[in-house]
Structure formats: structure tokens, C-alpha cells
Design a protein around this ligand. Sequence first.
Ligand code: T3D
Length: 263
Amino acid sequence: MANYDNILFSIENNLATITLNRPDSLNALSSKLKSEMLDAVRSLNAPDSEARALLITGAGRAFCAGADLSQGDMGSNNRDLGQSLIDGYHPILLELAALEMPVISAVNGVAAGAGMSIAISADIVIAARSAYFLQAFVNIGLVPDAGSTFLLPRLVGSARARAMMMLGERLPAEKALEWGLVYDVVDDEDIQTQATELAKKLASGPTKALGGIRQLIAQSLKNNYAEQLQAEALMQREMGNTEDSTEGVMAFLQKRNADFQGK
Ligand code: T3D
């Protein structure tokens, strides 16, 4: 497995974990961190990868404070942030979206700017009680990016998304839970163990079905009802031929827990 400087990356018992690891800058997204993250995420979809779920979290007191504002020409007028997004962020986000396994984010502290975009792009978001979400972009005169304008209105509704984006105020974890942005809020000291427990459960689940759920939910954003019914039928045809679905039915009939292999 590759050695990285700005992230920690491991795969254990089919669970891949990426820890954004620049705690002194609240895990701000430097060029190096982004290229390492892209490399790690890409490796998960390789045919020889053992990963069946991905957990993303942050080292130290933050999940991620978004773009590294101290880097390169972020503070100058002579910059093309559009190109920087296209080259540095979109490949990671698209690679994450294309993963054929569930993605969990453990938001251990602040998730701001593009860091919030990454956090909410996960299938399941668990937040520490003291964590908060921040659409920080407007505070530095920018518009939300890295998928926030796509994801946030869909998750919390456009009225709340607009207010978060325009006001640039902190959304505490408990309120994020109330708004449906996160699946659960846990005590700070439990965030890593509880998120890992949940991620392990997914990593030993029927991976093809979990990947299928991701695809179907994504397709539902553009399909009409009839198209979505068709998409479900096509996907279920595929699932009906998986070893895990045979195992699932057998386990039910034999009154035992299923032993899914991700096949
Ligand atoms: O090309 C492109 O990349 C365009 C893409 C843009 C996407 C974006 O994400 S734009 C939004 C960028 N992010 C922000 O604007 C957030 C900036 N940070 C903050 O507003 C605050 O740091 C927080 C609200 C997140 C946390 O506040 P607090 O008081 O808990 O911590 P702090 O004291 O501000 O920060 C601690 C350290 O982290 C500090 O360094 P120091 O003084 O101890 O040496 C601070 O400078 C550093 N830090 C925090 N955020 C960033 C950062 N360093 C670089 N980039 C950051 N984004």
C-alpha cells in the first residue's frame, strides 16, 4: 500500500479508512492532500482491492476546513479557481461517487467549505456532538463548490441550503441531525469507535447490493417514476444472480446470520 504524508490510509478486514491528516491546519485541502486522496480512492475500485466500505474522517479536532487558503495563489487576484476545482477536486468527488461500496464520513469536528462538501457526499454521515458544518465560502467572497450546491439543497431543502450558503453561519451537529443532514450524532469521545462499528458492519455486508443502492439513489435524482421502477428492476435482476443474495435467502431459511462475501 502506498505511503502518504497528508492522509492516513489503511484497509483492515475489508474496511478502508482515509484520515485527513494535517491537524495543524484543521486538515485543510492542500494540493498534496488532494492528490494523495485521489490516489487512495482510485485504488479502492481496482480489481485487486479488498475494500468493501470506505470510512473518511479527520485527525485532530477537525474533519476538514476546506481549501487550504494559505497555499499557492489562493490569496491573490491572479488565479483560476474554476480550473483548480476541475483539476483538484472534481476527480476526487467523481471517484468517490463511482465507488461500488458504501462511504461513511465520521465528522469529528468542523467540516467547512469543500470539507463540508466531502463530508456530505458520503452515504452515511455520523457527527460528533461538538462538530459543526459551515458553508464557509461566502465568508471569503466565493460561491459554494465541490458539490455543495448539488448535495445540500437535496439533503436539507433549498430554503435551509440557501440560508446556510448565504449567511455562512455554523450549523451545530444536533441541528444538522434535526435537518436530516446527518444520520446520527454521538458523544465526541465515541465518534471514531461508533463510526468504525457502523463502517465494519457495512464492510461485511452484501457489497454488490450496497453499491446498487448507491447507484439507484443517484439515478433517482434524474429519473421519473417509471424510469426509476425500470432501473430498480434491472438492478434487481443483477442482484438476484449474486452469491450474497443466495446466501442471504439460505441464511434466512436456516435461521442463521448471513455470511456475505461481497460477491
Ligand atoms: O481552488 C480552490 O481550492 C477553490 C476551492 C475552494 C473550496 C473551499 O473550501 S473555499 C472555503 C475555504 N475554507 C474556509 O474558508 C474556512 C477557513 N477556516 C475557518 O473559517 C476557521 O478556521 C474554522 C471556522 C474552520 C475553524 O475556526 P477555529 O477558530 O476553530 O480555528 P482557527 O484558529 O481559525 O484555525 C486553526 C488553524 O488552522 C489556524 O492556523 P494557526 O493560526 O494555528 O497557524 C488556521 O489558520 C488554520 N486553518 C483553518 N482553516 C484553514 C487553515 N489553514 C489553511 N486553510 C484553511 N482553510
